[in-house]
Design a protein. Sequence first.
Length: 438
Amino acid sequence: MTPLFGTGDRPIGVAVLGLGNVGTEVVRILRDHADDLKARVGAPVVLRGVAVRRTGIDRGIPEELLTTDAEALVARKDVDIVVEVVGGIEPARTHILAALNAGKSVVTANKALLAEYTGELAEAAERNRADLYFEAAVAGAIPIVRPLVQSLAGDQVNRVMGIVNGTTNFILSAMDETGADYGETLAEAGRLGYAEADPTADVEGYDAAAKAAILASLAFHTRVTAADVHREGISKITSEDLAAARDLDCTVKLLALCERVKDGGKERVSARVYPALIPRKHPLASVSGAFNAVFVEAQNAGRLMFYGQGAGGAPTASAVMGDLVMAARNKFYGGRAPGESTYAKLPIAPMGETATRYLVNLRVADKKGVLATVASEFAERGVSISAVRQTDVADGAHLIVVTHRAPDQALADTVAALAELDVVTEVSSVLRLEGTEE
């Protein structure tokens, strides 16, 4: 193939915005593997500069490569590719748009930005015939964006279900294995460096919801934003919930679920994040610690699972570098990355109309007729009961009710009615049950 960029001696210039864990690893790989990168791309890949908040700090990088002026670095004529690993919405959005509008390729790991502004960024890339790559935005080192965009481009994806947040998976795995409560396990995650000082984005599901929006957009050729994703976190999960899951031969995971749902012949997209029970025989149940996995169901390819390290400097940098090599090859040979595909324009299904199975954990009075009273509330709202387990506890009984599939709103109405019954002391928890054949 004849290079369109020029001869193999013409360097491809790279600017890196951000020098945290990921940025540091990207810079290291660019410098330590320059010869390999040149062989893979066809031309030298040269680091032109790194934008940081402060200079004058020994970072193991020549001082002349560091700058606090990201805007000027992006605008340099010898920069062909901008790698954004700063995170957050601004100033990342401004810098990426400036790069794309100048015809420069962009590689980003910024899930929060993409979950809100993919459309704007994709349109800027298309308008200026620039590349926008973001493999690292969803699950660290795990290749999932490219398979959805390219490998499965000729198939129909029906469902994507994944564990896409390492912090919450570490916490829930530890609770399951040790029987410890949420607060204790969160503190341990912080001590080990798995949880941030402010873990809200992780434990309340914001991080996973941003990733779910990206996955749903790619899988169903429909623009989905974080606001379209129903979100619940894990902060209310108790050791009792994990014990109930074990009794059912299940475990609890924070799942990102994106699926194509049909109602009366009309297709819609459902995107949601919440803690859910999954059977231990399901492949996702064995994903423990801070690892991530994404389970894809396609019409012709069947079931596929992608597993690996979903975070961390080196793993995420691996995904960034994969994108960077693709962008550099495109610059050298004149290719283009696949653009945004939103031709389907499927509507978003309201959460209340989304159906799944449930586990309802109740404290009730231990007297005759209680079970029949409870069951009638489910039946009245069209929620079919699959199984009931009762154990005696002090001052009453403990009921675990497992349902068949039912709309979320019907279950919510049932739980509200149960809470008003004199015979119900407490509705302790409600968990969804995913990954079953029913």
